[in-house]
Design a protein around this ligand. Structure first.
Ligand code: HEC
Ligand code: HEC
Ligand code: HEC
Length: 398
């Protein structure tokens, strides 16, 4: 009996230590090995390292505690993927040490931030988040600037370089990287997302694809609330492009009171943003809300009477246009000329957005700052300038 009791201590001790060892293996060692193997198989051969500036930006990101409010891990959840893009794979952060994954989303996930916003948007946002996103709770970081969003310090440039690098490794892995991912993970198929869009919010990339055609909302009260919340920071209370956020932006926010927009153009712009500018894509909002916004935007423009033009002026305008403007603005004014591929931003389509005569003439005389549109004063005669300004307005299709 005594011997048996002594044995039971031994059995308990061996079982205890044994189970402890087993759980260390099953919970600690084994998943690590599986992950390592998966990571190795999915990772491209040579993931691109960060540049010196991006490295400095990364430490600023860590130092300022950005990770307390922002995650860098898009989970395998449909809602995550729809809003932020393809789920983050382990190899993407393989060389990140310490990791900046974050655990709380007070602000949005930033793993695919690299292609969402333009540089001027980022600077204005860091300098004063509420100037461009009126109800943001993000702290402002004026310490990165010398008095204004258009005067960033080296630290702001480094931080921006880092933000721009987020998601790049995955993008560069290309189709080959995606194919490798599929050999290991079937979760994307299970989620019915066989070809994930890397970045669900393509404001800056020129990827356009399908966009819903908005029926212009007839709920002006709702449109107004949404406009004040999302747009007035940049476009101003009266739509004149003079909100507090406009100060550091180039090109300036459009003057909505001086342009007539077609339904199609508004649908396109609200869904895709304007690539190469600070104008974000708004596809996170419900389509119904986008329609209310489109309706509200339209009421800023007051129709005004236009002079009858003699045929000669239009002829002169057509000649100037074909000679100097069509290579960018396109034969039909659709912003699809042959030179567009080389441009940083696509010219607006005259078919979808008609500037008032005053704005048109000003753009031709002085160019549009922050865009490839150069001033034509001195290169064209006065008659040619105003003829062209009239002529381009004729492309508009309701
Ligand atoms: C107190 C929480 C908080 C902290 C700290 C914080 N943010 Fe934010 N951030 C937010 C919120 C909320 C938003 C969403 C509203 C907005 O766009 O301003 C946001 C938005 C952003 C966006 C825009 C994302 C997008 O795609 O629209 C970027 C970029 C960003 N933050 C970068 C940073 C950086 C860099 C830091 C550190 C220097 C930082 N944030 C610190 C809360 C925070
Ligand atoms: C961060 C600043 C910013 C915010 C916020 C913003 N915009 Fe813009 N928006 C711009 C800029 C900059 C342009 C100018 C693009 C250009 O020059 O083509 C623009 C252009 C536009 C245009 C004209 C597009 C074209 O080229 O035909 C419309 C319409 C528009 N915005 C509507 C809105 C609406 C509606 C909202 C709110 C849901 C909004 N914007 C929010 C900065 C902003
Ligand atoms: C190098 C390409 C290029 C050439 C050449 C060019 N443009 Fe532009 N134009 C642009 C771009 C880019 C914009 C900016 C669009 C924006 O801000 O959305 C623009 C803007 C404009 C605007 C202002 C539109 C608005 O709604 O505010 C007018 C008007 C215009 N161009 C007319 C002309 C005329 C007339 C000519 C020929 C004399 C011409 N452009 C030549 C690229 C070009």
């Amino acid at each position: 009996m005594k011997r048996f009791v002594r044995m039971s201590y031994l059995v308990a001790a061996v079982a205890g230590v044994g189970f402890f060892a087993l759980s260390v293996f099953v919970l600690g060692v084994w998943p690590g090995r599986v992950l390592e193997e998966e990571t190795r198989r999915m990772s491209p051969e040579h993931p691109l390292p960060l540049t010196a500036s991006e490295q400095r930006g990364r430490s600023i990101y860590g130092r300022e505690g950005c990770a307390y409010c922002h995650t860098q891990q898009i989970r395998f959840l449909k809602s995550d993927v729809e809003r932020f893009g393809a789920p983050v794979l382990a190899w993407e952060t393989r060389f990140d040490y310490p990791h900046l994954w974050g655990t709380r989303r007070i602000g949005p996930d930033l793993s695919r931030e690299g292609s969402i916003h333009s540089a001027d948007w980022h600077y204005s946002h860091l300098y004063s988040p509420r100037s461009v996103v009126p109800d943001s709770v993000m702290p402002s970081y004026p310490l990165f600037f010398q008095g204004g969003p258009d005067r960033p310090t080296q630290e702001a440039r480094d931080l921006l370089a880092y933000l721009e690098s987020l998601g790049r490794a995955r993008e560069l892995a290309g189709p080959e990287g995606e194919a490798r991912m599929r050999t290991v993970s079937h979760r994307m198929e299970e989620m019915d997302l066989t070809s994930p869009v890397l970045n669900a919010n393509p404001a800056r990339s020129r990827r356009q694809g399908e966009y819903p055609r908005l029926s212009l909302g007839n709920d002006p009260a709702r449109g107004e609330i949404l406009y004040r919340r999302h747009c007035a920071g940049c476009h101003g209370q009266r739509g004149e492009g003079d909100g507090p956020g406009a100060y550091g932006l180039l090109p300036r926010p459009a003057n909505l009171a001086e342009h007539e927009y077609s339904q199609d153009r508004l649908s396109f712009v609200l869904w895709n943003g304007v690539s190469g500018t600070a104008m974000p894509a708004w596809r996170d909002l419900p389509v119904q809300d986008l329609a209310s916004l489109a309706g509200f935007v339209r009421q800023f423009y007051a129709p005004r009477s236009e002079p009858e033009l003699p045929g000669q002026i239009l002829e002169l305008g057509a000649k100037v246009y074909a000679g100097h403007c069509a290579q960018c603005h396109g034969d039909e004014g659709a912003g699809d000329g042959s030179a567009v591929r080389e441009l940083r931003m696509v010219p607006a389509s005259f078919a979808g957005a008609r500037p008032s005569f005053a704005v048109s003439l000003r753009a031709i005389r002085s160019g549009v700052e922050g865009t490839p549109m150069a001033p034509w004063t001195g290169k064209l005669s006065e008659a040619e300038l105003s003829a062209a300004a009239y002529f381009v307005r004729g492309f508009y299709r309701q």
